[in-house]
Design a protein around this ligand. Structure first.
Ligand code: PLP
Length: 223
C-alpha cells in the first residue's frame, strides 16, 4: 500500500503546482476512481485523506460499498442504465453521467421516492466519439431545460472525458460550454462543477478550469 501513498503524494503535489502555474484560486478536488479496485485498497486511499470517490459500475459498487471504512463523498461516474438507478440513488451524492431525458426522468422518480434531491452533472461527448457516453454539445441547452422541469434533480455542472491525445482546444471548448451553460441556467450559483481530467490529462484539465479531476490508474496502479 506504500505505492498508493506515494502516488497520492505525487499527484497531490502535481495538482498544487498546476493550480499555481495556471493561477487557479478556487479548489480543485481529487477524486479517486475505484473501478476494479478491491475495497482494501480503496480504504487505504480513504485513510490517506481522500474524501471523494468515483464509481463506474453499479453492481460492483453496491457489493463493495458496505466495506468502505470511512465516510466519504461518492459520485457515480459510469454509464448508467435506467434499471440500475434505484440501486445507487441513496448511496451517492452526485450522478455525473446524466446524458438523456429518460435517465434524468428515472433519477427524478427514484430521488422523489427517497424524498431527496439528486445532484447531477450532464456528461458531454466533447470529442464526438461513437464509443463514448454523453450528449453532443449542441443538445445541451435542451437537456438543461428538461432538467430544470424536474423537481428532484439539481444540475450542478458538466462532466467530460476528452479523447485520448485530444488537442488542447477540446478542453478549451469544454470550458466555454460550461461557462455558457452556467450563464444560461436558472440557478447559476449551484452550477459550479466542471468534472474533467483523468490520470493522463489532469494537468491540462486543471489549466482549462476543471474543478474535479478523476484519477484511477495513476493512484491505484494500472487495471
Ligand atoms: C476509469 C475512469 C476514470 C479514471 O481513469 P484513469 O485513466 O485510470 O485515471 C475517470 N473517469 C471515468 C468516467 C472513468 O471511467
Amino acid at each position: 500500500m506504500i505505492e498508493i501513498s506515494e502516488n497520492f503524494k505525487r499527484i497531490s503535489e502535481n495538482i498544487k503546482k498546476a493550480c499555481l502555474d495556471f493561477n487557479r484560486k478556487d479548489e480543485v478536488r481529487f477524486m479517486a476512481v475505484t473501478k476494479g479496485v478491491p475495497y482494501e485498497r480503496i480504504n487505504c486511499a480513504l485513510e490517506l485523506g481522500i474524501d471523494l470517490i468515483g464509481e463506474n459500475r453499479a453492481q460492483e459498487f453496491v457489493q463493495k460499498h458496505p466495506f468502505y471504512a470511512k465516510k466519504c463523498e461518492i459520485h457515480f461516474i459510469g454509464g448508467l442504465q435506467n434499471n440500475k438507478v434505484r440501486y445507487i440513488i441513496d448511496k451517492v451524492s452526485v450522478i455525473q453521467s446524466a446524458d438523456s431525458v429518460k435517465l434524468l426522468t428515472e433519477i427524478n422518480k427514484r430521488a422523489a421516492a427517497h424524498s431527496l434531491t439528486m445532484d447531477i452533472l450532464i456528461e458531454i461527448n466533447i470529442g464526438c466519439e461513437w464509443s463514448k457516453n454523453g450528449i453532443e454539445a449542441d443538445l445541451l441547452p435542451g437537456l438543461l431545460a428538461e432538467a430544470e422541469t424536474l423537481k428532484n434533480v439539481r444540475t450542478r455542472g458538466l462532466m467530460a472525458i476528452p479523447p485520448i491525445d485530444a488537442e488542447e482546444k477540446i478542453y478549451a471548448n469544454m470550458r466555454r460550454l460550461y461557462e455558457d451553460a452556467k450563464a444560461s441556467v436558472k440557478q447559476p450559483d449551484v452550477f459550479d462543477t466542471l468534472s474533467m481530467g483523468m490520470s493522463g490529462d489532469y494537468i491540462t484539465a486543471i489549466k482549462h478550469g476543471a474543478n474535479i479531476i478523476r484519477i484511477g490508474s495513476a493512484l491505484f496502479g494500472s487495471r
